[in-house]
Design a protein around this ligand. Structure first.
Ligand SMILES: [Zn+2]
Ligand SMILES: [Zn+2]
Length: 374
């Protein structure tokens, strides 16, 4: 095939995105060539841009929240990873993470998300190296790793593109073992905060409290069913916020579960104080290295007898369980994508998320890069 495709290549840490071209490969047996429909810009992409993700190899085509249409199926591929038939033109979500299936964590511990030899689309080599087209900020993605997975999608692109970040919220809820009737605090009203709020409600939370900013994001949290919102721009004293949260919990003892979705280290001591004795603190906001904090083992952990869990990404089970919730219409997912940008504006997207979350005079909720004109 002599077609040429374009992708936005980042040359180095804090470098420049350049739209470059390369020949579009034909899929070999077992592979799928995907024509990108949309790819969400994630906080992780921005952290990788700033050099916070160890092991990133440059130049790179970022983008792991990938939705696209099947352009060509390699020989032997006729279904998605759940066995649903797929044909050229169908819309699919690519599950970015790929595990090896053989390492200790894959084969023995049965925790493929912890694979030591894994890779992921959006984290793989760039367009100028073989195999080409391995990230979502590109007109094409070649799904070529033999252990790749993908799911056929039946929703609009603006909703389907949210599947990957939504799965992170599902993973939070799994790790918290939320019980029916629980009170759950969500620190952060970004995309992961909003999605983990929806996941907490699905898991049985009776009361959800979102602590974040700005007001418009808290309005979105309300639209997703948050019972209480606390604006950190209005209530700037953490001690006051802690009291407010406690006053919203049974007996004033604190929340059963707190999700940290800010990626800001200093949110953690505050969140731990919002937790009741014996509660569960879920740390998932720091997918990249944003620095250290000081904690007191006695006061923060032992005396309160808490459970502290970390969450790393998500796995295919979360995609399979998250898809019908996205498709159900129970939550206003369609309100999430605030911007659709062409490839050559990716740098502006990263800049907006790195600074004031505003672009073209509109506040950023989720930016989607659209690499192909429809
Ligand atoms: Zn992401
Ligand atoms: Zn492995």
């Amino acid at each position: 095939m002599s077609r040429i495709g374009h992708a936005a290549i980042l040359d180095q840490v804090k470098g420049t995105f350049t739209v470059s071209e390369a020949p579009v490969p034909d899929p070999k047996p077992g592979e799928v060539l995907v024509r990108q429909t949309m790819c969400g810009v994630c906080g992780t992409d921005v952290h990788m841009y700033h050099g916070h993700f160890p092991g990133t190899r440059f130049p790179i085509v970022l983008g792991h929240e990938i939705l696209g249409q099947v352009e060509r199926l390699g020989d032997g591929v006729s279904t998605d990873s759940m066995g649903e038939p797929v044909a050229e033109g169908d819309t699919i979500a690519i599950i970015p993470g790929v595990n090896c299936g053989l390492c200790y964590f894959c084969a023995v511990m049965k925790e493929p998300g912890l694979c030591t030899r894994g890779t992921a689309y959006g984290f793989r080599p760039s367009i100028d190296q073989r195999p080409h087209f391995q990230g979502g900020f590109s007109q094409y993605v070649l799904v070529n790793h033999p252990r790749s997975t993908f799911l056929k999608m039946h929703v609009t692109p603006e909703i389907g593109v949210l599947l990957e970040p939504f799965t992170v919220g599902l993973h939070f809820a799994d790790r918290a073992n939320i019980r029916i009737g629980a009170t759950v605090v969500i620190q952060g009203a970004g995309a992961i905060g909003i999605f983990s709020l929806a996941a907490a409600r699905e898991a049985g939370a009776h009361k959800t409290i979102v602590v974040g900013a700005p007001a418009s994001r808290l309005d979105l949290a309300k639209a997703f069913g948050a019972d209480v919102t606390i604006n950190i721009e209005d209530i700037t004293d953490p001690a006051e916020r802690i009291k407010l949260v406690q006053s919203e919990t049974p007996g004033g003892y604190g929340a059963d579960v707190v999700f940290e979705c800010t990626g800001v280290p200093k949110a953690i001591p505050e969140g731990l104080e919002m937790l009741r004795r014996g509660g569960t603190y879920v740390e998932g906001g720091h997918f990249t290295n944003a620095g250290d904090i000081t904690l007191n083992p006695f006061a923060d952990f032992v005396r309160k007898h808490i459970t502290l869990v970390g969450v790393w990404g998500s796995s295919i089970s979360h995609f399979v369980r998250g898809r019908p919730i996205l498709e159900s219409g129970r939550y206003p997912f369609e309100q999430m994508v605030s911007h659709r940008l062409p490839l050559d504006r990716l740098g502006e997207a990263v800049n907006a998320i790195s600074t004031n979350y505003r672009l073209d005079g509109v506040e950023v909720r989720k930016i989607a890069v659209v690499a192909n004109e429809s």
